[in-house]
Write a protein that binds this ligand. Structure first.
Ligand SMILES: C[S@@+](CC[C@H](N)C(=O)[O-])C[C@H]1O[C@@H](n2cnc3c(N)ncnc32)[C@H](O)[C@@H]1O
Ligand code: SF4
Length: 400
């Protein structure tokens, strides 16, 4: 497992992903995941039932937290963070990946790769390239890894002020206020009162190196602030890189006061259009408020535009790129919407796909001329993804 190709998650090992060795995700409703696109973690269909269903975990899910709705129906699979990191399914995943086998829970990434898109697996393997060679040696024969996961993605609930068109309940409480079933609440937060979780985080604070916050809207989550404060209070914040996806439609004053304690802070400011298109997709958000917050935050931390290319902004990508260019902001267009299917670019009629292919080809050429390689690569992947897919085969992700 030590060739250049392996290190890039490339041709020799097409299944290996560094995340099951260093990372744990915890979803907004209390299910642990290998990462945020773990196919076994999402149970969104349960929230579409009129009568309260049994909250049966998927067989391949890592487990659930004690404060989650799943705990009652899956008593044998209620785990703390550390147990989840070495749960039977996590251990099986590591061994399968080391053997070059595809893992069913990771099909969202494989699907993207198979259709010319860029996967989370590929980008994360590039980011943590220095870890890849050592993975096999750190893995016991049964798949156990002794370390604490130093990279955590804990979604401290679903509180959110927006109802973006491609998002849903239970991911956003604002969507919940409109479409939740009577047996569930709009706001979900399984971790805030989970004493074992907070004990574990405190005991291992010195080992944490990277946090990713999303949600819901992270700057509205009490648990997110509590974790930042815990790291400051225990003197460990200076070791930690913090990354966010935020809608930046409110001013995160409290967080701004905490940011200087951390090693680095980066915010992917979710932006799916300029002006009116932004407001149409990110329902409830105001473009000018977003722009003002970007201006304010970029003086303190690294800020880039995080775009989710989809049916409704395909014709606004040019404006987005020009806005990014004028503002001197980096732009990430890799998170292509696959679900809901009708919002995916792959669901466009053939005629519009042909026109959009022309538009993307021009934009790619423009970016390439400017030496703007990352957006050029993301747009190329988007073009392949749009043209190579039968939309009936799209793999659901929930909303990441
Ligand atoms: C679920 S949001 C949570 C964080 C924050 N509320 C925000 O909007 O940035 C995380 C990212 O997922 C994106 N997203 C939302 N719905 C999606 C979908 N159906 N498919 C792919 N990405 C989606 C958002 O645009 C955002 O960049
Ligand atoms: S994408 Fe983010 S901001 Fe939009 S509704 Fe979902 S959680 Fe809220």
């Amino acid at each position: 497992m030590s060739t250049e190709a392996n290190r890039h998650g490339g041709p020799t090992n097409k299944t290996l992903c560094v995340l099951p060795w260093i990372h744990l995700c915890a979803s907004i409703d209390g299910v642990y995941g290998r990462c945020c696109v773990d196919n076994a973690m999402y149970h969104n269909e349960l929230y579409e039932q009129q009568d309260e269903p049994v909250f049966q975990l998927n067989d391949d899910a890592i487990g659930c937290s004690p404060g989650s709705r799943y705990a009652k129906d899956n008593p044998d699979r209620v785990l703390g963070l550390q147990e989840a990191f070495n749960s039977p399914n996590m251990k099986r995943t590591r061994l399968a990946m080391l053997n070059g086998e595809r893992v069913d829970a990771c099909k969202y990434c494989y699907f993207r790769e198979d259709h010319g898109g860029q996967s989370y697996r590929q980008s994360i393997n590039r980011r943590f390239e220095h870890e890849l060679d050592a993975l096999a040696g750190r893995t016991a024969a049964d798949g156990t890894v002794e370390d604490f996961p130093y990279f955590l993605d804990i979604r401290f609930g679903n509180t959110c002020n927006l109802r973006c068109v491609m998002c849903t309940y239970p991911v956003s409480s604002a969507w919940g206020a409109e479409q939740r079933p009577s047996w569930s609440s709009a706001v979900i937060d399984p971790y805030r009162a989970d004493e074992e979780l907070w004990r574990t985080l405190r005991a291992n604070a010195h080992l944490i190196r990277r946090l990713y916050f999303a949600g819901g809207e992270p700057f509205m989550q009490p648990g997110h602030y509590a974790l930042l404060e815990l790291l400051v209070e225990t003197g460990n914040a200076g070791n930690v890189d913090v990354a966010y996806n935020s809608n930046l439609t409110m001013s995160p004053d409290k967080a701004i006061g905490l940011f200087p304690h951390f090693k680095s802070v980066g915010i992917g400011a979710s932006c799916d259009g300029v002006g009116e298109v932004f407001e149409r997709i990110r329902t409830g958000g105001k473009w000018q408020v977003f722009v003002d917050n970007v201006h304010r935050l970029r003086t303190q931390v690294d800020v880039w535009l995080q775009v989710s290319p989809q049916r409704d902004n395909l014709w606004d990508l040019r404006n987005l790129l020009e806005f990014a260019r004028a503002e001197g902001l980096d732009i990430d267009l890799a998170n292509v919407v696959q679900w809901p299917k009708e919002m995916s670019v792959s669901s466009l009629p053939d005629e519009e796909k042909a026109r959009a292919t022309g538009e993307l080809t021009e934009l790619i050429a423009w970016c390439a001329e400017l030496g703007w390689d990352k957006p050029a690569a993301h747009l190329g992947a988007l073009r392949s993804f749009m043209n190579s897919l039968d939309p009936t085969n799209l793999v659901d992700e929930g909303a990441s």
